[in-house]
Write a protein that binds this ligand. Structure first.
Ligand SMILES: O=P(O)(O)OC[C@H]1O[C@H](O[C@H]2O[C@H](CO)[C@@H](O)[C@H](O)[C@H]2O)[C@H](O)[C@@H](O)[C@@H]1O
Length: 258
């Protein structure tokens, strides 16, 4: 009878985890500042990130400073403002193209009169990007679209991206996909298998990038997607992160090198 070769121990792939923030790590709320961030979230992410050897990053439409505030005292690698900002795992924050900074300021100035006329609209001005929210006034969606189209019309550097009850102006060439690829060229992400979890249209670039690099995109909720997998809700995302962390810890415990 042939002998089974037990010396060839196959180990599970080492993962790099990327997640969106709003609608994925936390439930959506009526306003950007109104989200409920459970106290346990930062601690749970910190644990999972530790099991991933710190290969855990947030790819978000929010500014990096926003995520730092919500996950304090945790300081993670983050791509903010849809990839316009990027803080690497070594803590270095990349310089933003000055044309992105001045362009976003000009777009915000152009939108300001609309905010004065419609106080239910919320404008978020970010480093290098602008979000115009109409969740409080859904009937103004067309008004918002036309105003944002006019605001970026003179600036080829910017493009518009839709989100959940929001329209955002961001620089061309930046995306969550590009941010994920950049992280994957660096320690501690390099050589790992990327997983990206997100819920929105702007997460599609991230799903595609993760899958191009041999990993998996996981879409939360319904809707067309390039992601190969789906997950039901925020609670399930947190359970998945916990589970992946536990598996990584167990793999290390039973690893032949341990
Ligand atoms: O990429 P994400 O982390 O999902 O960020 C996308 C945008 O999220 C925030 O807006 C969304 O969440 C708000 C709070 O739940 C909600 O009120 C709003 O309608 C959503 O669009 C954030 O305010 C934006 O800056 C992000 O770009």
């Amino acid at each position: 009878m042939p002998q089974t070769d037990t010396t060839d121990v196959t180990t599970a792939p080492q993962l790099a985890i990327f997640t969106d923030f709003d609608g994925t790590l936390v439930e959506l709320a009526e306003t950007p500042d109104g989200i409920d961030v459970p106290e346990s979230l930062a601690h749970q992410i910190e644990q999972t990130a530790r099991e991933m050897n710190s290969a855990f990053a947030v790819l978000t439409g929010r500014e990096i400073a926003d995520i730092d505030k919500f996950l304090s005292p945790l300081i993670l690698p983050i791509a903010g403002a849809h990839g316009t900002q990027r803080r690497r795992a070594d803590g270095v924050v990349e310089e933003i193209d000055p044309a992105s900074l001045s362009g976003a300021e000009a777009i915000a100035r152009a939108i300001e009169p609309l905010i004065q006329a419609h106080p239910d609209l919320i404008m978020e001005t970010k480093e290098g990007a602008v979000a115009l929210h109409f969740r409080q006034a859904p009937e103004l969606e067309d008004v918002v679209r036309h105003a944002m189209q006019d605001a970026v019309a003179d600036n080829e550097h910017f493009t518009l991206v839709p989100g959940k009850m929001v329209l955002e102006a961001r620089p061309r060439g930046v995306s969550k996909g590009e941010a994920l690829r950049a992280f994957m060229r660096e320690e501690p992400f390099i050589g790992r298998t990327p997983i990206f979890i997100g819920d929105d249209v702007t997460d599609e670039d991230g799903f595609i990038a993760a899958q191009d690099l041999g990993g998996v995109g996981i879409k939360l909720g319904d809707g067309d997607t390039a992601a190969r997998m789906r997950i039901a809700d925020v609670v399930s995302v947190r359970a998945l992160l916990q589970g992946l962390g536990d598996i990584a810890a167990r793999d290390r415990e039973f690893s032949p090198k341990h």
